[in-house]
Structures are given as C-alpha cells and as structure tokens.
Design a protein. Structure first.
Length: 64
C-alpha cells in the first residue's frame, strides 16, 4: 500500500453502495482496495505515470 494517503469522497446511489460493499465483503476485500486498484488500472490504461506502482494479490486487475 502507498505510504501516504489522501481522502477521495465519491457520491454514489445508496443501493449501489450497499451492493458494492456486500460484494467486496463476499470477496474478503475492502471497498478501498477495489477503488485503489480501479484507479491504478485507469491511470495505466491512459498511460499516466504517478510513481512506483504497488501490487495487492487480493485484488485482481481488470486486464488480467
């Protein structure tokens, strides 16, 4: 995980939030882990460099 963190607030429909949290719990990962992986994948897909990437074996990449 990154050494320093910053908060990102996202507004989402309550039903989607609940479904997302339940899915994450069923996969034994946190919603934050999924969002961080989504952001890393999105940056990589668009060729954006942001520093040394980290990996989390619990969260599968969309590309893989």
């Amino acid at each position: 995980m990154e050494r320093k963190t910053a908060r990102l607030t996202v507004l989402i429909d309550p039903a989607k939030k609940k479904a997302f949290e339940e899915l994450c719990a069923g996969q034994d990962i946190t919603p934050s882990q999924v969002v961080r992986q989504l952001i890393r994948d999105y940056l990589a897909d668009h060729g954006v460099s942001y520093g040394k990437p980290t990996t989390n074996p619990k969260v599968k990449s969309r590309a893989g």
